[in-house]
Design a protein around this ligand. Structure first.
Ligand SMILES: [Zn+2]
Length: 568
């Protein structure tokens, strides 16, 4: 049994996430966690809300709430919506936890002791009207690169250029709108990433199992030269800056920058999990305390790769302490909305909560996994969604299960028939299964989601082809025993189809397995070499036809949803 630690990029606290966020980190991490649990491995899947930084403060202010109260509320919303999407986190923590504050302060102090953090004086924009500094998004102005008039202090949304607040032309405060600003000196901590470059490069060189997308992004950053990075901000919401465990002189009104504390949140959320469940978190994270045999897999969108392959490892490696580093990293491209971007800030696309108002989570989980933005960006369109759901789920899987279970109920008293001897059709499907199950397992191990979904569908389709060959409904008229073989094999196929569907569509799979009376301990991942797969259900065992598994999506619904959510 292997031990597998899984984290997905932390969703930011400001509001319910859209389907693109789900498709590019939380969902594939969940599918992988479910698959590896079914394989019998010890899996720990950790996620959390990323709660610090100016967007949280601004969103709280816009909602007229205290930032802590805002985050409390939003965290619960995100946790609930994730659970409704059947995301099987072992723990969903928060970067605003005491655990994260303690670990973040620890890392900063250790890095400083190792000569990797220096105090520097920086020029920052100060607002006299607001009597405070204006970091990041607290200041807007004209982009020096493209002339866009509402560029933010950290980035221009028009041209994408990363900015410093002092780069902006004609800046103004986003709190009061005041233009009575001046540049003042302020002390900050700077992480000497440039000193870490050779060590990071060596580490990336050795990470030969990372996918190409992740490695090329890491090398791009390393080749451009790592810049030393200011890791504190003039803000009150965040992790306080310490020295020797106490408040750091001159830093009383400052906190760590969100990008410094957020990835440490993976470790801290594991500590939260341990506290809540009485487990030991260090055996997942400290190689000197039992984490030596842990395989650590991270899931994220491509915009997060540099932070996971360069910035966070700089913190970990720079500490010189035996922390677990990522072993495998799966990065995704973008899921786009009709050629444009999904956007939380401009409310473009379908968000997780409204998706569930339309259809149950399995519909979305299947579509987003079978169309995962792996090799390149992919488009969400209602037409493609409708096509995939109607074909894969309603026709190929749903019809198969309904047809065979109803026939068994009608002709064999709802019991797995015992009579008859397997023949040519059964030999064909057995060899088909063994080959395809082997391929499917390999796709999951390689975290190839499109291929895994396509192979799952191909296995379901092979079942339909088997029924066409075996045609129990025709044989029943002349040879009931021959029909019995077809029904028995068909029922076992239905059970197997649901078992292999569990990582992607767990709710529906559970319904089918319940209707077929498959006990929990017989739902683990099938071995492709197992010769009894088609005779796993006990003969005479009672089954119940499930309700119709998937409703077809009608053209009228597509029209209505296009109207409601936009499209084209
Ligand atoms: Zn610009």
């Amino acid at each position: 049994m292997a031990r597998i630690l899984i984290t997905s990029a932390l969703p930011y606290i400001n509001g319910i996430k859209h389907l693109g966020n789900l498709a590019g980190s939380m969902l594939p991490a969940d599918v992988y966690a479910r698959f590896q649990r079914m394989r019998g491995h010890e899996v720990l899947y950790i996620c959390a809300t990323d709660e610090h930084g100016t967007p949280a403060e601004l969103a709280a202010a816009a909602a007229g709430q205290d930032v802590r109260a805002y985050c409390d509320e939003q965290h619960v919303l995100q946790k609930e919506i994730g659970e409704r999407f059947a995301l099987s986190w072992d723990y969903f923590g928060r970067t605003s936890s005491p655990e994260n504050a303690k670990l973040t302060q620890h890392f900063a102090e250790v890095l400083e002791a190792n000569g990797l953090i220096a105090e520097i004086v920086e020029k920052q924009i100060y607002s006299k009207a607001d009597t405070r500094f204006l970091p990041d998004r607290y200041v807007e102005g004209t982009c020096p690169n493209c002339g866009f008039e509402k560029a933010r202090g950290d980035q221009c949304d028009n041209c994408g250029k990363l900015l410093e607040p002092t780069d902006l032309i004609e800046p103004y405060s986003t709190i009061s709108g005041s233009r009575d600003l001046e540049v003042r000196d302020t002390r900050h901590l700077q992480l000497k990433q440039s000193q870490m470059e050779p060590r990071l490069r060596q580490w990336v060189d050795e990470a030969t199992s990372w996918p190409q997308l992740a490695r090329s992004i890491a090398y791009k950053w390393l080749d451009e030269g790592l810049r030393d990075r200011t890791i504190t901000r003039d803000l009150s919401w965040g992790v306080k800056v310490t020295k020797d465990g106490g408040p750091r002189e001159g830093f009383e009104d400052k906190v760590f920058y969100v990008w410094f504390d957020a990835p440490i949140g993976y470790i801290a959320a594991t500590a939260e999990w341990a506290k809540a469940t009485g487990n030991d978190w260090e055996r997942w994270w400290r190689t000197d305390k039992g984490a030596g045999d842990v395989s650590y897999v991270q899931f994220m969108g491509k915009d997060n790769v540099a932070f996971h392959t360069v910035s966070f490892p700089a913190t970990i490696l720079g500490s010189e302490e035996p922390w677990k580093l990522v072993d495998r990293l799966k990065a995704f491209n973008w899921l786009n909305w009709y050629g444009g971007k999904f956007s939380t800030s401009s409310k473009r696309g379908v968000f997780m909560d409204s998706a569930l108002e339309l259809l149950p989570s399995d519909y979305w989980r299947w579509y987003l996994t079978s169309n995962a933005p792996e090799g390149s960006d992919t488009q969400f369109t209602w037409e493609s969604f409708q096509g995939v759901i109607n074909s894969d789920l309603a026709n190929v899987l749903g019809n198969f299960v309904n047809r065979i279970t109803k026939y068994c109920a009608a002709k064999f008293e709802g019991q797995v028939p015992a009579a008859g001897t397997p023949g040519e059709a059964e030999a064909w499907i057995a060899s088909e299964l063994s080959e395809r199950l082997k391929a499917l397992t390999a796709h999951y191990e390689a975290m190839e989601y499109r291929k895994a979904a396509a192979e799952t569908r191909a296995i379901w389709a092979a079942g339909n082809e088997y029924l066409t060959k075996a045609e129990p409904w025709v044989k029943y008229k002349s040879d009931v025993d021959a029909a019995a073989v077809g029904v028995r094999t068909g029922l076992n196929l239905a059970a197997l189809f649901a078992i292999i569907a569990q990582p992607i569509i767990p709710d529906t799979a559970g319904k089918v397995l319940g209707a077929l009376g498959v006990p929990d301990d017989r739902r683990s991942w099938p071995d492709w070499q197992d010769k009894t797969l088609l005779d796993a259900l006990p003969q005479g065992h009672a089954i119940t036809p499930p309700e119709v598994l998937f409703a077809k999506i009608e053209d009228a619904s597509v029209e209505e949803w296009k109207e409601r959510f936009g499209g084209e």
